[in-house]
Structure formats: C-alpha cells, structure tokens
Design a protein. Structure first.
Length: 164
C-alpha cells in the first residue's frame, strides 16, 4: 500500500471516532445479550432487546456488528424419541440377528411398512422382501431403481405365505 510511515503513525495514534466508540459499547451489549440468550437471538430479536435496555440502534448496525464479530444464531433441535420401548406388548424375537446370509433361497424373509403421501392423505404401503432371493441379471444391476421392482413379483410368486 502506498502509505507513508508518518501517515501510518498518525492513523495508529488517532483516537477512536464517536461511531467506533458507540459500536464498541453496542458490541459489548450484543455479546452480553447473546450469552444470556444462549446464542438463540438473531438480528431482529437482538435489536428489540437492545432497544428495551435503552440503546437506540437499528437492525442494520446490529447485523453488521454481529456479522463482523462472528456472532450468529446457534440452531439446535431437540432429539425427539419416536420409539416407545416401555410397553407391555409382545416383542417378536430377533431370529435373524442381522445375519441375512442363507444357504438356499426361501429361508429368510424380512418385511417393512411405509407411508406415502398422496392426494387422499397418507397411504400405507406394505413391502415384503426376500433377502437372498437371487442375484439380478447384469443389465438389471445397473438399474438401481429396477432391483426392488424386479425382485418383488418373483418373491411373491414363490412365497408360501398367504397374501391378502
């Protein structure tokens, strides 16, 4: 940069301007309010809090100070447990124990249910899969989406289980 040594020395020894002093006071309040809110206040709520304690600041200044000093909202979501394991219903035994390999076909079956949103609301979809039914043909191995569709009709055709 084309700055003379004398100009740099003058810049460094110059006292802070009025705006810089007000920004430092505002920043101290922003940091305090951010700490008190556990980092959950963004620019609009922070501006409201600062106005409540008597500081006359705008949301753009608050946003600029927060951005320049790395103060941002910490968004955390609570983990919602959806499985109720504390019930008195019969629990099916885990016969497979994650061992899906079998010596011959038609030995190990697994099932799954899904819900699909349609215009009529949530629709229940039952899927039955035969884990070691057969290896698909080489051309079908490339079509990942075609595997479940091509395996399911064959699995139902040889299934000894009654279907509804």
């Amino acid at each position: 940069m084309d700055v003379s040594p004398r100009g740099l020395r003058a810049f460094r020894s110059r006292p802070a301007s009025r705006r810089q002093r007000i920004d430092l006071v505002t920043l101290a309040h922003i940091k305090e309010q951010s700490r008190l809110s556990l980092g959950s206040y963004g620019r609009p709520r922070m501006t409201e809090e600062l106005k409540e304690i008597g500081l006359n600041v705008g949301h753009r200044r608050v946003g600029r100070l927060m951005r320049q000093n790395g103060i941002s909202v910490v968004r955390t979501r609570k983990h919602k447990v959806t499985t109720d394991s504390d019930h008195k219903f019969n629990i099916a035994p885990n016969l497979l124990d994650r061992n899906f390999a079998a010596d011959q076909s038609n030995q190990k079956w697994a099932g799954d249910i899904s819900y699909v949103w349609t215009r009529e609301g949530w629709q229940y979809v039952r899927r039955q899969a035969f884990w070691n039914y057969w290896l698909p043909k080489p051309r079908e191995r490339l079509a990942h989406a075609g595997l479940p569709c091509s395996a399911t009709p064959g699995a139902f055709a040889i299934s000894p289980v009654e279907r509804n």
